[in-house]
Design a binder for this molecule. Structure first.
Ligand SMILES: [Zn+2]
Length: 105
């Protein structure tokens, strides 16, 4: 996923777990892979929150909903300590397994 144009999402799959991700240009790095959808900010630990401004991803947020860095919950990675992230990690692990089963049929 190297075709990142400023402000526009690049939809693809995580190369580690195979689940859909949304690539965004980030303010302090080339790109961040966000988990598709928005999450209630109060359930997400501060360091995992992102928001979009003009299509560019910024760490942190100041609204009730936030975006989430896929790396925080990627089922190919270690189980997170934070409870809400751990629940999501488990749900995604199941989803990744189902997707993998379908592909190998
Ligand atoms: Zn992943």
């Amino acid at each position: 996923m190297s075709d990142i144009r400023g402000g526009r999402p690049t939809f693809g799959t995580c190369e580690n777990c195979g689940l859909p991700v949304e690539g965004r240009r980030a303010i302090d790095e080339d790109q961040v892979l966000l988990q598709p959808g928005e999450f209630p900010a109060h359930r997400i630990p501060e360091q995992a929150r992102w928001h979009l401004a003009n299509g560019i991803a910024w760490p942190g947020n100041d609204t009730a909903w936030c975006r989430l860095d896929h790396a925080e919950v990627c089922p190919a990675g270690p189980e997170p300590e934070h409870r809400a992230l751990r629940e999501l990690h488990r749900r995604l692990a199941l989803r990744a397994r189902i997707a993998q089963d379908r592909r190998s049929r």
